[in-house]
Design a protein around this ligand. Structure first.
Ligand SMILES: *Cc1c(COP(=O)(O)O)cnc(C)c1O
Length: 228
């Protein structure tokens, strides 16, 4: 069985190889370790292997791990669907939110971001797979949403996030990620972030301009939801 440290080394070399294949300079792609369903000890092991950024989908689970890991200087990214009644805790306990897809949520995050903390980094989740996915704003709604979020005081709009319909077909992966990159470029805003690519499609995402890849399974192994 491979350890988390071995897995991290393997993923880092996949990222490097994809950067080189795309003729992108080294270090332009950041690794977000997606630790949902995994215990705090797994995050400690990843930290020991140099990982600082962790992505969580479920608020209560994330808050529990944060309380166990206060001794480590971790950077927390919220990447799951957001209900209105969760925004205050997210605004208080995270550094990034990748999954904003409507203005009401962004307004609440801005209002509820505590004074004294830096602006909350935001990615707008965009749905480039149409009916296949319910999360994410439509490409048609994106320009107005981005302009409105960009004007909120306690948020820093960084870019876009997408989860295309899963496929092993490289051409289909490339087409979906390229569409996200085009949408980003079509916005007349100073954005520096494309959060796209997971364990099975990070090579395609990096070829199409990803700056964050969100990797769970390839680092921590398969998730077991039955354990609760
Ligand atoms: C679970 C999850 C990931 C990680 O997926 P893997 O296939 O395990 O790498 C990435 N992004 C989001 C939004 C997720 O929910």
């Amino acid at each position: 069985m491979s350890t988390i440290a071995d897995n991290i080394a393997q993923v880092r070399s996949r990222i490097r190889a994809a950067e080189q294949a795309a003729q992108r300079t080294g270090q332009s792609v950041h690794l977000l370790a997606v630790s949902k369903t995994k215990p705090a000890q797994a995050l400690r092991e990843a930290y020991a292997a140099g990982v600082r950024d962790f992505g969580e989908n479920y608020l209560q689970e994330a808050l529990g791990k944060q309380a166990e890991l206060t001794d480590l200087p971790l950077i927390w990214h919220f990447i799951g669907p957001i209900q209105s009644n969760k925004t205050r805790a997210i605004a208080e306990h995270f550094d990034w939110v990748h999954s904003v897809d409507r203005l009401k949520i962004a307004q609440r995050l801005s209002e509820q971001r505590p004074a004294g903390l830096p602006p909350l980094n935001i990615c707008i989740q965009v749905n480039v797979s149409g009916e296949a996915s319910k999360s994410g704003c439509t490409p048609a709604d994106l320009p107005a949403l981005a302009a409105a979020i960009g004007a909120l005081p306690n948020l820093k709009l960084r870019g876009l996030m997408a989860i295309p319909e899963p496929t092993e077909d490289r051409a289909a992966q490339d087409a979906a990620f390229a569409a996200v990159q085009r949408l980003q470029a079509s916005l007349d805003l100073p954005l520096d972030t494309l959060s796209m690519g997971m364990s099975h499609d990070l090579e395609s995402a990096i070829a199409q301009g990803a700056t964050w890849v969100r990797i769970g399974t390839a680092l921590f192994g398969a998730r077991d939801y039955s354990a609760g």
